[in-house]
Design a binder for this molecule. Structure first.
Ligand SMILES: O=C(O)C1=C[C@@H](OP(=O)(O)O)[C@@H](O)[C@H](O)C1
Ligand SMILES: C=C(OP(=O)(O)O)C(=O)O
Length: 471
């Protein structure tokens, strides 16, 4: 399919009067983009700051619903949060976190997880360290996201996990639930099945330096998805002075010990850079991003190879200071499928937008756990690509796209930021794409609609003007 087709004969979906009309690129998109900070790093640093020895400062944090929920939850557990403007004259803002009281407390706390995996999977272990009886709940969509393994792990470490409608010893698999460990958690050696989410592993390892015996964690299932995120957890702990090791695949060890107070600056979110870089790919345009970290534990570092695999030219230039690159992506005349893409985890909906515009079949493998993301992303991608005339079917561990989308229409968002941005990418190349609810991008990128319009119009798309942890 020609990706700058302006002559689509298919009329817009009649329901498209509602929702957000995705801008169609009348010409190759050319521009520069600055994306906000990484969700995964921001929420790890905020959590670890709350467990540190003294006040810590997280510079250039992400301002989004997920990070706001993390801050609110840490406050509810006893941390103090201060927002700092223009950190040391850098022009960047920061958050100072005064940690949770070190001693066990009695009382109650509540954690609203929204739809944030990093809140619902990372904070039960932190709550168990406080002694507080802590109630966890979230959005209706969050109540179907798997929670079992992290709760089972905490249970094995001595925490009491209860849920109103779960009888007796039945395992608790979903929100809502209550975590209570009046004696705290002393740690030890446990095995969980983390095949449904890497966040089960991260959620236990992040709190583990504060367990008296630390933690040795084994995974019992076939595969841990999104291993990059476990690598990120280990690397952040190591960077902050915690002793971590992994002697064999799927076994991790965190030694007990204090987390020294720290100051850290958060990298841009490379996963969220994806849709902007793809704008160049699907319009034969050129998009530049400054500040791309030379080394990163983010899964979004894979964009450089992924975009090349779809036919784009990606070049990098070293920036002053040496740690960052300027990335330039030039889109091809025709998007070509690489055949197979494996284990793309949270990048998958964005990669699927490229595959849905490419010549040739693309098979997505090792992504079965996407069924437990913000929505069942496999079902959502199948439904939306079919709605736009594409050929797609589910497979055992993912899906395959075998013919490109042919026309615009309504793209449902399923409360999922990445389904919304998937619709935006397709909207550049198809006439009359409407995204049902673009506001769900507030989960990780509240300014997405304005940034997107700026980029498509050829203005510099940056995050200026994003408010204080607004949703
Ligand atoms: O640890 C993290 O920050 C994340 C881990 C991944 O979860 P899954 O392993 O469930 O994919 C990823 O998809 C999510 O967006 C963020
Ligand atoms: C899976 C995602 O998020 P969460 O942190 O809520 O799991 C995502 O951002 O794609």
């Amino acid at each position: 399919m020609p990706h700058l087709n302006t002559e689509s004969l298919v009329p817009p979906d009649p329901s498209s009067t509602a929702g957000w009309r995705a801008p169609r690129a009348g010409a190759p998109v050319r521009g520069q983009v600055t994306v906000p900070a990484s969700k995964s790093l921001t929420n790890r640093y905020l959590l670890l700051a709350a467990l540190a020895e003294g006040p810590s400062v997280v510079v250039n944090p992400l301002h989004s619903r997920d990070s706001r929920l993390m801050l609110q939850a840490l406050q509810s557990l006893g941390a103090t949060i201060e927002h700092l403007q223009d950190w040391q004259g850098t022009g960047e803002d920061a958050v100072r976190v005064t940690p949770l009281p070190a001693q066990l407390r009695s009382g109650e706390a509540m954690v609203d997880c929204g739809l944030a995996g990093t809140v619902m999977r990372f904070l039960p272990a932190v709550a168990a360290l406080t002694g507080l009886r802590t109630a966890f709940d979230g959005d209706p969509e969050a109540r179907v996201r798997p929670m079992g393994a992290v709760l089972e792990g905490l249970g094995a470490l001595g925490a009491e996990i209860t849920a109103e409608d779960t009888a007796g010893s039945a395992a608790i698999e979903y929100l809502p639930f209550t975590v209570h460990a009046p004696e705290g958690i002393s740690g030890g050696d446990i095995t969980i099945d983390a095949s449904a989410s890497s966040q089960f592993v991260s959620g236990l390892l992040l709190a583990a330096p504060r367990f008296a015996q630390g933690l040795t964690l084994h995974h019992s299932g076939t595969q841990v998805p999104s291993l990059e995120h476990v690598e990120m957890t280990l690397s952040v702990l190591d960077e902050l002075g915690v002793e971590v090791s992994s002697e064999s695949p799927y076994t991790w060890r965190v030694e007990p010990g204090p987390i020294p107070a720290f100051t850290v600056r958060v990298e841009p979110d490379l996963s969220n850079a994806g849709p902007f870089l793809c704008a160049a790919v699907v319009t034969a345009g050129e998009v530049t991003m400054r500040g791309w970290p030379k080394r990163s534990t983010q899964i979004g570092r894979r964009w450089i190879q992924l975009l090349r695999d779809f036919g784009a030219e990606v070049s990098t230039a070293q920036e002053a200071g040496g740690d960052t690159l300027t990335l330039t992506v030039r889109g091809p005349e025709k998007i070509v499928s690489p055949g197979t893409v494996d284990g793309t985890a949270e990048l998958t909906p964005t990669v699927a937008a490229l595959a849905a515009l490419a010549e040739g079949e693309t098979k997505f493998t090792s992504v079965q756990h996407l069924r437990g993301h913000e929505t069942d992303r496999i079902a959502a991608l199948v439904a939306e690509i079919r709605r736009l005339g594409g050929g797609i079917e589910e497979t055992d561990d993912g899906f395959r796209i075998f013919s490109p989308v042919t026309h615009g229409g309504m793209v449902k968002s399923y409360a999922d930021h990445r389904m919304a941005t998937f619709g935006a990418v397709l909207g550049l190349a198809l006439d009359a794409v409407t995204v049902e609810d673009i506001s769900c991008t507030s989960k990780t990128m509240p300014d997405f609609p304005a940034m997107w319009l700026k980029l498509v119009r050829g203005e510099a798309a940056d995050t200026a003007g994003v408010g204080d942890f607004a949703s």
